[in-house]
Design a protein around this ligand. Structure first.
Ligand code: FES
Ligand code: FE
Length: 427
């Protein structure tokens, strides 16, 4: 990296250079020093329940096959043939016994072993197939069904990496008696934005809601955020936002998404189902987390979650000025099938590529990237100083806590990002 990361992000991260989003050398450094070292989200166990099930995933720009073998083990292999590098799997998901490369038909098992080379009988010396399997993702771990991979052999265990974020993740993941399920394929689309823009927005930018989404989000919902909203950072780069409803608030007001928004479907039956789930939430997640509503999470570097019309999202980098955004619909695993369908439809109509909220956010990220490319403005960094130093510990909530107007979640993200870029690259 030619640029000094400490010249891009100042000490308290209140001033951030536009080059962080626009500079090609910054992007190259990010690939190695951030995506090469972190835990990266690959998928959920519910997507690959049966032997032979597979889904495609990405670790930054590297295509990965996540699959379950006969013995029930989960495998993550790089989707690139050992012979000449073609992708051996072209389907986004499915069930198979073999991945067969289209070019010369080398075939691989779902665990990534090279099984057959059609040309082997015609050559005197067949190569050692056991050494020519697909390259495995060096580290693979799952927690509560969420599967992560890492290129970094010496990374800390996933549970330690997630740390106190597990407290907030569990507010959602443990709320449903049978856990959660990812339904269908993710929505996927490419926009002219830098990967960090959606990440930062989902990590804690509650401030834009009443303005950017003024036509859609009702005033009462925005008032609730002002009255009961919290923003939390558990470790730099990991954070959550939520409303903590008062103890006497009726359980049904926890809801699912923005129930009062026109266009949300589901009606009385869905609301009744959710009321029942929330009425028992305290037994499963305890009294504090039962009152959490409208959670958003960010897990460093590029996984986000939105409770409202529940979406797990990954922001896959595709260059400094492009991002491939994936959004999975997440539903309670034991919900009746027709309600799952409704929840998925709500997810897509709000947070799919044509989603009524997603379009407004995407437009802002594309415009911010344009702003980051204004050459003459290199000496005018973006201002990230709102609420500087106002975050504090809280008796019931792990991490540092503040109002949702405080931009400390973004400062903490960029401090970690800066320190990661500054650290020596492994040999
Ligand atoms: Fe895959 Fe030749 S490139 S078999
Ligand atoms: Fe938004």
């Amino acid at each position: 990296l030619v640029l000094d990361p400490y010249s891009l992000v100042n000490d308290d991260a209140s001033l951030i250079s536009r080059r962080c989003w626009s500079d090609a050398s910054v992007y190259e450094a990010e690939k190695q020093r951030i995506f090469g070292r972190s835990w990266l989200f690959l998928g959920h166990e519910s997507q690959i329940r049966k032997p032979g099930d597979f889904v495609q995933a990405y670790m930054c720009e590297t295509p990965v096959i996540l699959a379950r073998s006969e013995d029930g083990q989960v495998h993550a292999s790089i989707n690139s043939c050992t012979h000449r590098g073609l992708p051996v799997c072209r389907a986004s998901h499915g069930n198979t016994r073999r991945f067969v490369c289209p070019y010369h038909n080398w075939s691989y098992s779902v665990s990534g072993d090279l099984v057959a080379i059609p040309q082997e009988k015609q050559v005197a010396q067949c190569p050692d197939k056991s050494a020519l399997g697909l390259k495995r993702v060096p580290r693979l771990e799952s927690w509560r069904g969420l599967i992560f991979g890492s290129f970094n052999d010496s990374i800390e265990p996933l549970e330690d990496y997630l740390g106190d974020m597990r407290f907030y993740l569990d507010a959602f993941l443990l709320r449903f008696p049978a856990g959660i399920e990812f339904v269908g394929s993710p929505q996927r689309w490419v926009i002219d934005a830098n990967w960090k823009l959606p990440v930062e927005n989902q990590l804690g930018d509650v401030n834009h809601g009443p303005f950017l989404h003024a036509a859609i989000i009702p005033a009462e919902a925005n008032q609730e955020i002002v009255d009961y909203g919290y923003s939390v950072v558990t470790q730099p780069g990991h954070g959550a936002t939520f409303r903590l409803l008062p103890e006497d608030a009726p359980v049904e007001s926890v809801g699912w998404g923005f129930e009062s928004i026109p266009g949300q479907t589901g009606g009385a039956e869905l609301q009744e189902y959710l009321r029942e789930v929330h009425a028992q939430a305290s037994d499963r997640v305890g009294p504090i987390r039962a009152r959490m509503k409208g959670l958003t999470y960010g897990i460093y570097p590029n996984l986000s979650f939105l409770w409202s019309n529940a979406a797990f999202k990954v922001s896959h980098p595709r260059g400094p000025g492009k991002v491939e955004y994936w959004s999975w619909s997440v539903v309670p695993a034991d919900a009746p099938a027709h309600l799952k369908k409704i929840l998925r439809a709500n997810h897509t109509s709000f947070f799919g590529p044509g989603g009524i909220l997603e379009q407004e956010d995407s437009e802002s990220w594309m415009q911010q990237l344009k702003g980051a490319n204004i050459g003459f403005a290199d000496d005018r960094p973006f201002y990230y100083g709102l609420g500087l130093g106002e975050e504090k510990p809280h008796a019931d909530l792990p991490g540092l806590v503040s109002s949702t107007a405080n931009e400390f979640y973004a400062r903490a993200f960029f401090q970690r990002w800066r320190d990661d870029l500054a650290a020596e690259v492994r040999a």
